[in-house]
Design a protein around this ligand. Structure first.
Ligand code: NAG
Ligand code: NAG
Length: 248
């Protein structure tokens, strides 16, 4: 994850998150059965990882900046070093948003079609997506989970999670004029040390059991809030893309 950070800082105006949770707590094992751990290689063949979440039997949602080669998804994991109960499935096709901009990071959303369907069970389940009129409001408290780096710069084996308060979009707009509240969410109280970190990218922001956001990027300096993709603004794109991926 640290390699990822250095790489991204070198090429992006903002810092995408590799996948870590800062000052969170370990999740209760398998309490988030939709969580996916995604391993891939970036364009420089550096191994990287992201979070993601199962939205269909053979479809994982994540951030478009998590696109890479030789993508492999692990489902049913808590401790990522343990293979018990896990399903490791190669990605058959990756579909990043056509208008994803790797500089401003708008439209940071991607679907991954798996080589075969996951076997749904007590530790592997899909999560609900929002309706297009769902609008997450400032003040709402949601949860984000990931295997990203810890404050002491080590990578946890066990899934971590943290509660995050949705902020008024103005707070993110004040930090970057590229922030667009109609397609992004501004998340994380600036007075709070708790937040996501590198490696948490692609993971879901879950509000009342629904995946409303995707971990996208943080501003420099790294204090909260962070920017998440607002999933409810992409429902039409999702329907169209799911249909395309379902074709044989
Ligand atoms: C880093 O922090 C985690 C969580 O607090 C702890 O379990 C781990 O032992 C720490 N690792 C090192 C090398 O300090
Ligand atoms: C925000 O995003 C919407 C949807 O993509 C777009 O129509 C609008 O022009 C964007 N606003 C700005 C200021 O870029």
């Amino acid at each position: 994850m640290f390699l990822l950070l250095v790489f991204l800082v070198a090429v992006l105006p903002v810092n995408t998150e590799g996948g870590k949770i800062i000052w969170g707590t370990e999740s209760k094992p398998h309490s988030r059965p939709y969580m996916a751990y995604i391993h891939f290689y970036d364009s420089k063949l550096v191994p990287r990882s992201c979070g993601g979440f199962l939205v269909g039997e053979d479809i994982v949602m994540t951030a478009a900046h998590c696109y890479g080669s030789r993508m492999i998804v692990t489902l049913g994991a808590h401790n990522i070093q343990e293979r018990k109960n896990t399903q490791v499935i190669h990605v058959y096709e990756a579909k990043p948003h056509e208008d994803f901009n790797s500089e401003t990071l708008v439209n940071d959303i991607m679907l991954l079609k798996l080589e075969h369907k996951a076997q749904l069970n007590s530790v592997v389940k899909t999560i609900a997506l929002p309706k297009s009129h769902d609008w997450v409001k400032p003040g709402q408290v949601c949860t984000v989970a990931g295997w990203g780096i810890l404050p002491n710069c080590t990578s946890p084996n066990a899934l971590q999670e943290v509660k995050q308060e949705v902020q008024n979009g103005q707070k993110c707009y004040a930090r970057s004029k590229n922030y667009n509240d109609s397609i992004q969410l501004c998340v994380g109280n600036p007075n709070d040390r708790k937040s996501t970190s590198e490696g948490d990218s692609g993971g879901p922001l879950v509000c009342d059991g629904v995946a409303q956001g995707i971990v996208s990027f943080r501003f420099c300096p790294y204090t909260p809030p962070r920017v998440f993709t607002r999933i409810s603004s992409f429902i039409l794109w999702l329907q169209k893309s799911m249909k395309q991926l379902q074709q044989p």
